[in-house]
Design a protein around this ligand. Sequence first.
Ligand code: 5GP
Ligand code: ZN
Length: 142
Amino acid sequence: MAPDEPRSDCIFCGIVEHRLPAHVVYEDERCLAFLDLFPLTRGHLLVIPKHHVDRLKELEPGLYGPFLAAVSELCRRVERLAPDYNVAMNQGARAGQIVFHLHVHLIPRYDHGNPFAVAHRARLDDGDARELVKILSPPAGR
Ligand code: 5GP
Ligand code: ZN
C-alpha cells in the first residue's frame, strides 16, 4: 500500500474520509484540524495532513509548507483561547504516540507550569555531547 493511501484501520483517515465523526475547525485540500476527543486542556486541537503517514520523516517534502501553514493558522486561532500553548508531536510508541497518523497537538495553556518538566535534569555531559554530535551531525542516509 502506498504511504499516502487512506488506511481503513486508521482513526484519523476515517475522520478525513468522514467515516468517523470529529469536531472539525479547519480544512483545506491537504490538511485538517479537529478537537482532540480526550483533551489535555480546553481547546486541545490536532492538525493532520490528509494523506496517511505515521511520522514527520515520511511526509513528502511538498507537504512541508502546506502542513506548517495549517499549523501556523491554527496557532493563531488557539490564541483566541489562550496566549500560550504547546505545539507538540509524538513520534513512536515510546514517545507516547497512540494514533499512528502524523499529527501536531496544539494545547492551550491556562496555567503556568512546564508540562515537560521532570524532577531532575542532569547537565549535558561533555564526552556524551561529543559522541552525540558525531551521531547527529551527518545528514540522514549517509
Ligand atoms: P498521540 O498520543 O498519538 O500523539 O495523540 C493522539 C491523540 O488523539 C490523543 O490526544 C487522543 O486523545 C486523540 N484521539 C484518540 N482517538 C481519537 C478520536 O477518535 N477522535 C479524536 N478527535 N481524537 C482522538
Ligand atoms: Zn491515517
